[in-house]
Design a protein around this ligand. Structure first.
Ligand code: SAH
Length: 352
């Protein structure tokens, strides 16, 4: 196994360097119209107190992201019809006008018109995990809301055609997900030429049909892939080797199943992105896609400090630019130091 991880880490270093890009996550609404069988935000979960954040709060979060040196903000939410296309577009325009941030949206399966409007407003990227490339399992866990709406894989193609950088990804260890199916997921990352690949463990949420055991998806039997930490590391490492220049986050779900080491280990087996939380602390616990989510009570500043020092401990450095796909950042301090050394080296030559 260590040979796989070492190879993935080398491919990561050669292709995207030692920068770890920080994407500040703003969870803007926990309302959701969908009934995804795995997700705690599903509409039927009556035990969850819902919130929707204000425009002023989003703007404040974005400015905090700028102050903390992040290159990107990610606005994520349940599928919430009250987040109108115009409202989101206005906020995107504001962020693009007032800050140097790249803007990523992760607002679920919205209409083509909405996606187009947001792209025109300046949104750079869209995250929409396809969760599994197995069409049977996908349908079992992801009831459709509109029959005429394309599925997530189709939507990713549309997003790419609109000029977004696209992020897909999967949960690992969903009941009914086999090893063979995970192998096909890896090939799908390549086929869809994903710019970003999110991979995290499936975590059972007791207030969902899948998490409570009420829904029993097609049995994968002995071939059932585990939702273990190791399985996630293997998937991250293989994704890095197959998609060398993609941006791959070490996810919060990974940090949730191993609080002390999960996030950093992900960075050591191929990941190059982390997504510190910028959501106002009063809302954090309410965005409960799965239980016991990591980092729900830290302030944005504490979260940033903690991550930066952990990144440094791996001899890596927090990225300063927007970290679009293929960016290869060299640490500013290192360049400055070596330039100074060069000047010093050359000085005597001029004198003589
Ligand atoms: N509504 C948006 C974003 C919200 S959730 C969307 O659906 O795209 C973001 C991601 O959280 C999902 O794509 C899924 O991969 C992950 N997620 C949801 N429930 C989860 C669970 N029980 N365990 C692990 N990850 C989960």
């Amino acid at each position: 196994m260590s040979a796989l991880y070492a190879r993935a880490d080398a491919v990561r270093r050669e292709n995207v360097g030692d920068a770890v890009h920080l994407r500040g996550l703003i969870e803007i609404s926990s309302h959701c119209e969908r009934q995804c069988m795995y997700c705690g935000l599903r509409k039927a979960n009556g035990s969850l107190e819902r919130y929707r954040i204000t425009r002023e709060e989003i703007e404040r979060c974005a400015l905090t992201g700028v102050n903390l040196g992040y290159g990107t903000v990610v606005m994520q939410a349940g599928e919430d019809d009250a987040l109108t296309a115009e409202w989101i577009a206005d906020i995107v325009r504001w962020i693009k006008r007032e800050t140097p941030l790249a803007v990523t949206l992760s607002l679920g399966e919205r209409s083509r018109d909405d996606l187009k409007m947001w792209r025109h407003a300046g949104a750079d990227r869209y995250l929409l995990r396809f969760e599994t490339s197995d069409p049977y399992l996908y349908r079992a866990i992801h009831p459709r809301r509109f029959l005429d709406r394309p599925d997530r894989l189709m939507l990713l193609k549309e997003l790419k055609a609109l000029g977004y950088e696209i992020g897909g990804g999967v949960m690992v260890g969903i009941p009914g997900q086999s090893y063979a199916s995970l192998a096909r997921d890896l090939l799908a990352f390549q086929d869809f030429d994903l710019d970003m690949i999110g991979i995290g463990p499936y975590i059972a949420h007791p207030a969902t049909p899948l998490g409570s055991g009420q829904l029993r998806p097609p049995i994968a039997g002995a071939d059932q892939a585990p939702n273990s930490e190791t399985m996630v590391y293997k998937m991250i490492a293989l994704a890095r080797i197959l998609c060398p220049d993609a941006n791959i986050p070490s996810t919060t779900a990974l940090a949730t199943i191993n609080r002390r080491h999960g996030r950093m280990r992900g960075l050591q087996v191929g990941a190059n992105v982390v997504m510190p939380n910028l959501t106002p602390v009063k809302y954090r616990a309410l965005y409960q896609i799965y239980p016991a989510k990591a980092c729900i009570d830290e302030s944005a500043t504490d979260c940033s400090r903690c991550l930066s020092s952990q990144i440094r401990s791996l001899s890596r450095f927090p990225g300063r630019n927007a970290g679009e796909r293929g960016s290869f950042e060299v640490e500013a301090g290192v360049v400055a130091r070596s330039a100074t050394q060069l000047v010093q080296l050359e000085e005597p030559g001029y004198g003589g």
